[in-house]
Design a protein around this ligand. Structure first.
Ligand SMILES: Nc1ncnc2c1ncn2[C@@H]1O[C@H](COP(=O)(O)OP(=O)(O)OP(=O)(O)O)[C@@H](O)[C@H]1O
Length: 869
């Protein structure tokens, strides 16, 4: 399975839950998968057909989504197709029933209309699973119920022995039960992952629909747009969509628009140009919801509160699917919360009407919150999360807290005196001294607190109401589809402990609305400070930024040539890794996380040539930061610790000014210092998170692969790496304390010395080896006689060590098969170990075969260690 994962998808390891789910499906179990948006659910049904050679049938709600997925899979060399009304290829149907496709998508309508003969033919050819994507659509309790999904149960009796998988990102317990029952699942394996999307920043702000606000919004979008990523602005109405689209276009931001009143051709066109990166900004209604599978959306803005918290989670979840930091903003106005009548119109089922009203209430609460938004979201989906996330507006904003005992007492006692039969409007009107007919009829003008709340606006009181609900002093219920607010037992307790003159302190954080209201709405129309959340630019140098944009151009060109979307060629994060790594060979390219075999075979040479052509002008070297090839778990330890000026100077001179250790030693702040001291200063800088060119550092300090293996042998002999002295005592004089410290520091920082040193030694091997590998392309596995070519690199550091080995051990010669066998038997083995083992062949030749095996996707290297694929 791992081999399929790397070859077809370019990934070196499964994400949490994926492997278990795939194994369960392969064992024939039904499965229910509830995992966050962008967590990688699709892989759970895309891998089994590649393992079994049988078709996976996938039910998906939208044609556009199916088309995008098919396009993406084709770029991975996976045979995929969809059946639906817009399928123009008539042969697709016949091929589908013959089992010609690995993955076959269809809408629920299509699935229930296909004749039995189709299914029995496909069953004969082989079906490995039936996946129901967006499975929450099957449930009336779900936020997006679709009646066509209900008919899918007929397939159960036809596909009796085929495992069914239901997949969704949003399912409460009720919805989960409904999915299992509706799909007639038998003892399903249920996998529920976290709903947390760590890379997303959540922000909310009240807005008024003024011209000034819209202008601010346009400014904001323009700013994000200049950062390069894609943006979606979701509007709640077609009118808003058209207005914002026009404003953006007038401001010179090339934008697409998508809503239900557009013709299907126009919508398709709009969708396509957004997906293909021809435009960066999309203004849309939620009609442009589920179908978006674009990984590099950096910002999702909701202009207007969505109809439910589930929808918000789904729609904002389109953001940052490639795992890079991205932001989700929600701009609401109070009138958005009064739309439940509109949403329930035409819905006959009482259950569904209640579910819709409650979901809107949850979205309202999310908007009005003064505490951590992520915690609220996760709690809503049943996850316990106690800490503040530090990655939402409420966590990052300086909290303004105040004693609101007087105001809270007034509101609580007024709600209690009004009999708990109303929403917030009535008690607030009483507090503000209204003499409306309703108030007079109910004698509420006689209440003690009547008119005592005039100092604050209606909106301020509503915000306080929301705050008291969030803190448990009030509770909101839905009765006969009306929202009512009552004092909770905790609120009653508070009322009992207080009276009109004196109340115990009640310190609460002010919500943004309250602050804005107190400032007389001075900031209400602006989107201001949210923009301070900068998207990490991956810490590119200027030259790397230019290379990245050249590679973006190449990807776009390749996508156009192949009629596909740039992200289907490879994701942005993969492109970042290619930029940082700057591979010189197909093997190095293949090794990069996210690069699959299809890319290497079809576009590999174009990438390599583009990189090598650009480098000279940009002043960058080939085979740059080889550790950037894989996702690195961030090393935090002491990363933020400051360095003292002498250490910082030493690091700066070496890393930035590119001086040698010797030169730095000569130019110490207060006179020359020892080279050993310089080395330890630089290593300390690396430990505090500063960048270091490890390849140059190893060269400068004389650390070689041979020394690394000697140090490793010494460590394994004494069984500890804690103290340097015993290690040093096991080693020849030539190995210094600085060598040992450097190797240990690299390993502590999760940097593989083997990887860094193989890259330096293979660049030392000169271009003849590299070119011959490239020129031989796909059938390039090396022949035996090449190994004995003694002209290659007489001075390789490995040679000395190999001579030592040769004198004591039998000679083992390397060839493609013997190396493969060796790696299979010793999973996760370093290049040095392979080279040392094959003592009958030259080190360079062994490295060369390893390179070729890697290009062929027969072996895979991670953290400098090889595994067989
Ligand atoms: N094992 C993996 N390693 C790295 N990336 C992965 C892995 N599995 C999936 N991905 C990537 O994660 C992204 C999201 O995956 P996917 O589209 O399957 O999400 P999803 O869970 O179906 O989301 P949604 O519910 O929003 O449709 C894709 O770009 C996919 O290629």
């Amino acid at each position: 399975m791992e081999s399929i994962l790397k070859k077809k998808f370019g990934y070196s390891q499964f994400r949490p839950y994926q492997k278990e789910i795939i194994e369960k499906v392969l064992d024939g179990n039904d499965c229910l998968v509830v995992m966050s948006t962008g967590s990688g659910k699709s892989l759970c049904y895309q891998v089994p057909p590649l393992v079994t050679g049988k078709t996976a049938v996938v039910i998906s709600p939208l044609l556009s989504l199916m088309q995008d997925q098919v396009m993406s899979l084709k770029q991975k060399g996976i045979n995929a197709e969809y059946l639906g009304s817009s399928q123009t290829d008539q042969t697709a149907y016949c091929q589908a029933e013959d089992g010609a496709f690995d993955v076959l998508y269809m809408t629920p309508e299509k699935a229930s209309l296909l004749p039995k003969r189709f299914w029995s033919n496909l069953l004969n050819a082989g079906i490995c699973l039936l996946a129901v994507d967006e499975a929450h659509c099957i449930s009336e309790w779900g936020h997006d119920f679709r009646k066509e999904y209900k008919q899918l149960d007929v397939l159960r009796s036809i596909l009796f022995n085929v495992p069914f998988i239901g997949l969704t990102a949003t399912a409460t317990q009720k919805v989960q039960n409904d999915i299992v029952l509706s799909l007639k699942m038998i003892d399903p394996y249920i996998s529920i992952g976290s709903f947390d999307r760590k890379n997303l920043f959540y922000g909310v702000k009240p807005c008024c629909r003024s011209q000034a606000f819209l202008e601010e919004l346009v400014k904001e979008v323009t700013k994000y747009n200049s950062g390069g990523g894609s943006i979606i602005i979701y509007c709640t109405t077609v009118k808003d969509t058209e207005q914002i689209y026009q404003l953006l276009m007038d401001a010179g931001v090339t934008t697409e628009m998508y809503h239900g009143q557009m013709g299907s051709k126009a919508r398709e066109q709009s969708h396509r140009s957004f997906i293909r990166d021809e435009v960066q900004v999309m203004v849309a209604t939620v009609a442009f919801g589920m179908g978006i599978d674009k990984p590099n959306i950096r910002c999702v803005i909701h202009y207007g509160c969505p109809k439910s918290l589930e929808s918000y989670y789904q729609e904002s979840g389109r953001c940052g699917r490639d795992g890079l930091p991205s932001v989700c903003f929600l701009y609401y106005s109070r009138s958005d919360f009064a739309k439940s009548d509109f949403y329930v119109a035409g819905v006959h089922s009482e259950n569904q009407r209640k579910a819709i009203t409650e979901s809107l209430m949850a979205a309202e609460k999310y908007c009005l919150l003064a505490s951590c938004r992520r915690r609220f979201l996760l709690k809503y989906f049943g996850e316990q999360w106690t800490a503040d996330c530090g990655n939402c507006d409420n966590c990052t904003r300086t909290k303004v807290e105040r004693d609101l005992s007087k105001e809270s007492f007034l509101l609580l006692s007024c709600i209690q005196s009004c009999g708990g039969r109303w929403g917030l409007n009535m008690p607030i009107d009483v507090l503000r001294g209204s003499r409306s007919r309703k108030i007079m009829e109910n004698n509420f003008d006689k209440l003690l607190m009547h008119g005592h709340g005039k100092d604050y606006t209606v909106l301020w009181w509503k915000a306080l109401g929301g705050l008291l609900i969030a803190h448990g002093y009030l509770k909101e219920i839905v009765e006969d589809l009306y929202r009512k607010v009552r004092v909770s037992p905790m609120g009653l307790q508070y009322l009992c402990s207080a009276n009109f003159e004196r109340q115990p302190p009640l310190i609460l954080p002010l919500t943004r609305e309250m602050i804005d209201e107190e400032d007389n709405g001075a900031q209400r129309s602006s989107v201001e400070d949210q923009s301070s959340i900068a998207i990490d630019d991956e810490r590119f140098s200027e030259a790397e930024k230019r290379l990245y944009s050249i590679l973006l151009g190449l990807r776009m060109e390749l996508a156009k040539e192949n009629g596909t979307a740039p992200y289907a060629i490879c994701g942005d994060q993969t492109l970042v890794r290619i930029t940082k790594t700057r591979p010189s060979t197909r093997a190095r390219l293949a090794n990069i996380e996210g690069v699959n075999q299809h890319l290497v075979t079809n576009y590999g040479d174009k990438f390599l040539h583009t990189i090598s052509d650009a480098l000279e002008e940009l002043g960058l070297s080939l085979n740059g930061d080889t550790n950037a090839a894989h996702p690195i778990e961030k090393v935090c330890h002491s990363a933020q610790r400051n360095l003292n000026p002498a250490k910082f100077d030493a690091w700066k001179m070496w890393q930035i000014s590119k001086s040698s250790v010797k030169e730095v030693a000569m130019m110490g702040r207060s006179g020359p210092i020892k080279e050993q001291t310089v080395i330890s200063y630089i290593l300390e800088a690396a430990q505090t998170g500063r960048e270091l060119d490890w390849a140059r550092f190893c060269l400068d300090t004389g650390l070689t692969l041979q020394i690394i293996s000697l140090i490793r042998a010494a460590i394994s002999k004494i069984g500890s790496r804690e103290r340097l002295k015993p290690i040093k005592e096991e080693l020849p004089e030539m190995v210094t304390y600085e060598h040992i410290k450097t190797m240990l520091t690299m390993e502590n920082l999760n940097i593989s010395p083997d990887e860094v040193l193989s890259s330096t030694s293979s660049s030392l091997l000169g271009s003849s080896t590299e070119t011959s590998i490239d020129a031989m392309g796909k059938e390039s596995l090396v022949r035996k006689q090449k190994f004995n070519d003694s002209s290659i690199c007489e001075s390789s550091p490995k040679k000395l060590h190999k001579q030592e080995m040769e004198s004591t051990e039998e000679e083992r010669e390397a060839n493609e098969n013997s190396i493969m066998e060796f790696i299979k038997a010793h999973d996760r083995i370093s290049a040095t170990e392979v080279i040392n083992y094959f003592n009958g062949s030259k080190a360079e030749a062994v490295a060369y075969v390893l390179n070729c095996l890697e290009t062929e996707f027969l072996v895979y290297k991670k953290n400098g260690l090889y595994s067989a694929l």
